[in-house]
Each structure stands twice: as C-alpha cells, then as structure tokens.
Design a protein around this ligand. Structure first.
Ligand SMILES: Nc1nc2c(ncn2[C@@H]2O[C@H](COP(=O)(O)OP(=O)(O)OP(=O)(O)O)[C@@H](O)[C@H]2O)c(=O)[nH]1
Ligand SMILES: [Mg+2]
Length: 443
C-alpha cells in the first residue's frame, strides 16, 4: 500500500480531554519533523517509542502537544508511524489533521491502519476480527471474548489445522510425484492429519453456539398474575424506578424491556402484563396478555412471580401450564407481608430482600461460565468457512481409500482455502476489504 495516511483515531465529534491523530507511511517522519519541535529533539532525531512534549507549528496556529514516533517495522502498521496527542478540541484536532494533509499525507480510509498491519504481517485476519470486536465490545463479557480472538486463543486450533493440512498436502503430492519412493502408509498418515484438522475445526465451531447470548444477552421474561409485583421486581433488579407500579390490577400493558450487565453478561428483562382471564379484562389488556404469552415462548428464562399474600389461584395454575416448556425460576414475592407459603426463591421487591439470591440463580442458569471459560466464535465469516472446511475434509476422508490421490488432494486444498479465509493466508481482496471496511476511520 502506498502513500502516507492520517486520521483522527479518537472520537473527535465533541470536545474531550485529548485527541490522538495518527499518521502512517514512508513520509510520516519527514512530515512530523517539519511541523513539530521539542527542546528534547536535536537534529530531528526522535528516539522511537519515546513521548516528546513540544509545539506543533501550524503556520497560522500553535498547539502544545505530545508526539511519539514508531519506527518501521516496530509499529502497529509495520510502517513508520507517528501519533500526535493534542488537546481534545474539535477545532485544534481538525487543524492539525489539515496541516498533515497540506504536507502530503492523505486521509485514511476506514480501517486502513489495521489493513496495513495485516498486509505487513503484523496481525492475522482473525486477530483483526478480534480488534474489531474489542472496539465494539459493550459488555465486559464481550471484552473478554474479543481478547481471546485478538490474542489468537480462540482460533489456535484453526492455525494448527492449517499446518496439518499443509503437511497432508505435501505427503500426497510427494506420493503422486514419486510413487515408487514414498511408502504406502502415507495415506494413513495423511488421514490422521486430515482428522486432526477436522476435529480442530469442529471444536472451534462448537464455540459458536453461544454467540447470540454473548452479543444480544439473555432474555428473561417476568411473568405472573396481575399485582404479583412483576414491575416492582423489575425495578428492584434494575435498582431504578423504571416501570409504573400500582395496586390496580392490569397496570402494565405493553412489554417493558430493560438491560443490565451482570458479571460481564448482558441480561434483558422483559416486564410483562399480568396474565388473567375474566370479564374485567378490556381490549388493550387482552393484547398485553397475548404479548406476555409470546414473551414466554421467546425468552431464555422466565421468572414466575407469585404473590404470597394470596392463596394459589387457578390463574397461577394456568401460567404454570404456559411455562411448562420454559426454563423457569419460581419467585415468591411480598415476603415482607406474606400470608401463604409458596415454593420458590423468597423475595420482597419492596425491601430488596432475596434479590441477590435471584441474581445468583439467573447467573447459574445463563451458562455464562461456559461462555467465559471457552470463548465464543461470533463471526459469521468464521462460522461459514469452518462449516465448508468440514464438508471438504469429510469428503477427503471418505475418498482417500477409494479414489485416486488427486481427488483427496483437491478436497484438502479446498478445505485449506476455507481456513485461509479465516486466518488470511488465503483471503481474497474482497474478504480483506470486507473485514477492514467495517472498522472506523483512524483504526
Ligand atoms: N409489601 C409489598 N408490596 C409489594 C411488593 N411488590 C409489589 N408490591 C405492591 O404490589 C402492588 C402491585 O405491584 P406491581 O409491581 O405494579 O405489580 P405487577 O405484577 O407489575 O402488576 P400488573 O402490571 O398489574 O400485572 C403495588 O401496590 C406494589 O407496591 C412487595 O415485595 N412487598
Ligand atoms: Mg406491572
């Protein structure tokens, strides 16, 4: 890639403490020498990786700034790279960017710094995916997972599988080129290699099952009869006065959705309309009840709130029937004024008693432990390529005993190509552009 590029790497859409402007490419050092002076820099000799305090001379303005020079190849992009840390004003940041352009740099495309890092072999394609996930992570759980991808922990098996397949390829190629000299057991050895690569691909793929939980969070519907204290419980869980609470039955009509993060996992609570069936139920409440029933079907977990000031009602029985296919946490509310013993986690939405036990139970059921210890593959590109790869390797394993070696070789190569789309070892320009164009400008 040619040219020296520059961009604001921080979010400069509003004033902040500092902004960082990045410049990468062969002329970076020359350009910074022209516009930046520091008492510590003598004869334009900047020690790489050292932060200098000095003055940006913009011709028509000055700015006191910090500057650091990373010498190729020891930079993020692998090229000469300069970072300017200036005051966080929109005007000053834009002005510095403008003088970089006036001095010959051009504004970077989205993700162009990272694309250069990839093209200069500083990062692999899956590491770039991890960097993207890290930038976009909103919960701590997503941060932990993005790091696993960025550091290569999640995709280790794919890289190892690639190596196994490469060895299998050279074995079969040798057999085809020198049939007399290569032993017959080469087929068994190749089979072993293909099986390892396939098992690795399957193991990584199995980590995609919980991708939705990690990104979208888990949906928990709060259900029960009217006045059981569902909205009060939502407020207690959120620790905020979110939903209207009243002693009138049928207060909540539409579903109220609110999310919180617990131990790094996003939890979406859905407060629903109380479920009942009698002549008092009007049209709007009826629609609300229908929505409650739909929410039960869609939710990952349902919290069934029972009112301990009332005896078991036929309506509660009906709700139990609706919940028979769901993962249910039974809660007994209003323990502060309880009259009837019921089965479940005892809470009082009013005093907050028992809420911690309820949260503990939610975390137990949300299989977050597995998400965080195993890691999760979230990229559609990765999932698709792994599935394709497994198909080709299956075919190779079937054909190796019956068809000519050329056929097996062709299958292995196709499988390798799929893994290469993840690692970047065989990524087309289209794939590379797809990965990096999602990035923001300045990354
Ligand atoms: N003493 C006491 N009162 C509670 C408790 N939880 C809820 N309440 C009261 O019970 C009444 C109903 O509470 P809501 O939270 O509106 O009940 P709901 O289940 O959302 O009712 P609908 O939206 O009508 O289905 C209100 O007057 C609350 O103040 C509790 O733990 N203790
Ligand atoms: Mg309510």
């Amino acid at each position: 890639m040619s040219g020296t590029i520059c961009a604001i790497s921080t979010n400069a859409s509003k004033a902040s403490g500092i902004n960082i402007i990045r410049m990468s490419g062969e002329n970076s050092k020359e350009i910074i020498d022209r516009i930046f002076e520091s008492k510590k820099i003598i004869n334009k000799e900047m020690i790489p990786n050292m932060m200098y305090l000095g003055l940006i001379n913009g011709g028509t303005f000055f700015e006191k700034a910090l500057c650091v020079y990373f010498k190729a190849p020891y930079s993020y992009t692998g090229e000469d790279l300069v970072e300017i840390h200036c005051h966080g004003g929109i005007g000053v940041t834009q002005a510095i960017l403008r003088i970089l352009v006036d001095n010959g740099a051009r504004i970077a495309d989205p993700g162009e710094f990272s694309k250069r890092a990839f093209l200069n072999s500083k990062i692999t394609l899956s590491e770039a995916d991890g960097i993207f996930d890290m930038i976009n992570a909103e919960t701590e759980g997503q941060v932990r997972n993005a790091y696993k991808l960025m550091s290569g922990e999640l995709t280790k098996g794919i890289y190892e599988g690639e190596k196994e397949l490469e060895i299998a390829c050279s074995m079969l190629e040798a057999k085809l080129d020198y049939p007399e000299e290569v032993e017959e057991d080469v087929f068994d050895l190749a089979k072993e290699k293909i099986s390892i690569a396939k098992a690795n691909a399957e193991a990584v793929l199995s980590k995609s099952k919980r991708a939705k939980t990690l990104n979208k969070g888990i949906d928990i519907a709060i259900v029960g009869i009217p006045n059981a204290g569902k909205s009060s419980l939502l407020n207690a869980l959120l620790n905020e006065d979110r939903a209207i609470v009243s002693n009138i039955e049928g207060t909540t009509r539409d579903i109220i959705k609110e999310s919180i993060e617990i131990e790094g996992l996003r939890i979406n609570f859905l407060d629903t309309a109380g479920i009942r069936e009698n002549e008092e139920v009007g049209e709007i409440e009826k629609l609300g009840i229908e929505r409650s029933e739909q929410a039960i079907k869609k939710a990952n977990i349902c919290i069934f709130v029972q009112d301990s000031t009332k005896p078991n009602t036929p309506e509660e029985k009906r709700i139990e029937d609706l919940l028979k296919d769901s993962t249910v946490i039974k809660v007994v509310n209003k323990t502060d004024i309880s009259k009837y013993p019921k089965e479940g986690i005892l809470v009082s939405a009013k005093t907050g008693e028992g809420i911690d036990k309820l949260i503990e139970k939610i975390m137990d059921l949300s299989d977050q432990k597995e998400i965080f210890t195993e890691g999760v593959i979230t990229s559609e590109r990765h999932i698709f390529a792994l599935n394709e790869c497994i198909k080709y390797l299956d075919s190779a394993l079937v054909n190796i005993d019956s068809l000519p070696a050329e056929c097996t070789l062709a299958d292995i190569k196709l499988g390798l190509k799929e893994l290469g789309k993840i690692t970047g070892h065989d990524a087309t320009e289209e794939i590379i552009n797809e990965v990096f164009s999602r990035f923001c400008v300045g990354k």
